[in-house]
Design a protein around this ligand. Sequence first.
Ligand code: PNS
Length: 181
Amino acid sequence: MNKGIAIYPGSFDPPTNGHLDLIQRGSKIFEELVVAVLRNSEKTPMFSLSERLQMLRELTADLSNVRIDSFNGLMVEYAKSIHAVCILRGIRAVSDYEYELQMALMNRKIEPTLETVFMMPADKYSYVSSRLVREVAQVGGPVKGLVPEVVERKLREKLDPAYKLQDPNLMEVPKRRKKKA
Ligand code: PNS
């Protein structure tokens, strides 16, 4: 296919391995993939917009045709403003289909020139969602393998501020004092 710009919109609160898998797949198909994080969602997110943008930028630093941005209001209007020709969405299981179908048809009604393309993440991520990751992490459960390491660390920092002090990788190395002569 490899035609034009595609937009991959979402909340990404937080980005999961499923999201990253889809970004990697999408980046191989489209000329440019713009991962667009929704601003001003009605829900109160666990991670601020800037935290989500920062995590996504870090995770996609090695993908030269992937750009991270945010948008407000109607997604299709933002998509048009960046000259996107496609909306990329992930479908994990049949349960996603109804909501995604409604959204795709509504978006088509508003903007008939934009096509929605569905892709499946790797089956090992078919049960992974940001909501479940937040739920598990909030009660101290393991999220290893479900989210990238940077996200796992951010979740721990957010939910347990003392974690920063426990992780030797995150601890600041104290500067050595010069010995007095
Ligand atoms: O990751 P999510 O929460 O499933 O993403 C949903 C998202 C952000 C793609 C959708 O809610 C959206 O596009 N919101 C922007 C407002 C809009 O255009 N709504 C009409 C959708 S039919």
